[in-house]
Design a protein around this ligand. Structure first.
Ligand SMILES: [Zn+2]
Length: 302
């Protein structure tokens, strides 16, 4: 009798979850922007995922870079990412088990190296990171307190983009990264227009390192596929694969991000792709295809 009751109670919930999974598999969200014109060229975000906070994955490494440099960190410092065995923890191991070898900060951004970023993590720098996120209005006041109260191990994970302790709206992350690599302007999106919000002061060394790291990523690193798909256009990009956290955590799935700017080094266009259920590589392929179409239209004078 008890079992029968449970069956009837749980049936509607199971059906609802099945429906959600099918929807999730199909969901691709993106926004394509012309920063020079201040306009949104194209946008698809049926479920509004771009406006909801999710773990940022490796995109956070751009802000960790910012915090490291603000602390006087040396971008030319060369560190080793050694081979690690499958099953060893990240950090101090890297997601890339064969190891990235020796590299400087630009190489670490290009390869999204967990080990490099983990090696220059300190609690002081984490506090700087939280302050940077706050300046760019990526977190709320209560997030600020929560992040500073994390354990050292959780802070280190957050610093390299692992876990669910930090969550940011993808669209905010996109505009904040544009602000760093672009002209310092932060925008808000309103329908098909961008509303200029304010200008951030960014040191030229931060801009150079982050731009060059993203550029190197498209030439030899994690976003090489983008350069291959669109040809020799001057793009610079970063991917992210994040701990899945939508309503609740699910270790079997990940979120995928792609953020790309074109041309390098002064971007006119930018794209953000967010996959609720996917990885950075899949998001990069979608982003590259959209950018390729845009550049073809531009060449043809549309
Ligand atoms: Zn590595």
């Amino acid at each position: 009798m008890k079992n029968t009751l449970s069956f009837f109670l749980f049936l509607p919930i199971v059906l609802l979850l099945t429906a959600l999974s099918a929807e999730e598999n199909l969901s691709v969200s993106y926004i394509l922007v012309d920063f020079e014109q201040g306009s949104v060229i194209d946008r698809k975000d049926n479920a509004g995922f771009l406006e909801q906070p999710f773990p940022p994955g490796s995109l956070i490494k751009l802000f960790s870079t910012y915090a490291y440099l603000r602390d006087g960190g040396d971008s030319y410092k060369v560190l080793l990412c050694p081979e690690t065995s499958i099953g060893s923890s990240i950090p101090p191991g890297c997601w890339y088990r064969p190891g990235h070898g020796y590299m400087d900060l630009i190489g670490a951004i290009a390869n999204s190296c967990d080990t490099y970023f983990s090696k220059f993590f300190t609690l002081k720098r984490f506090t700087l990171l939280v302050n940077v996120l706050n300046q760019y209005q990526l977190i709320t006041g209560s997030d600020f307190e929560t992040l500073l109260a994390l354990s050292s191990a959780q802070k280190r994970e957050t610093w390299i983009g692992i876990g669910k302790h930090l969550r940011i709206r993808p669209v905010d992350l996109f505009f904040a990264i544009y602000s760093i690599v672009g002209n310092g302007s932060i925008y808000e999106r309103s329908d098909s227009y961008l509303i200029f919000e304010r200008k951030m002061k960014t040191g030229s060394n931060f801009v150079r390192v982050i731009r060059e790291g993203m550029r190197e990523g498209s030439l030899t690193g994690t976003t090489k596929t983008v350069q291959e798909i669109i040809g020799m256009k001057k793009v610079f990009c970063k991917t992210g694969t994040a701990t899945y956290f939508f309503i609740e955590e699910d270790y079997r799935k990940t979120h995928g991000y792609f953020i790309g700017f074109c041309p390098y080094p002064e971007p006119q266009w930018g794209i953000l792709v967010f996959l609720l259920n996917g990885d950075g590589k899949a998001a990069a392929k979608i982003g590259a295809t959209i950018l390729k179409d845009l550049l073809k239209q531009e060449e043809n004078g549309y």
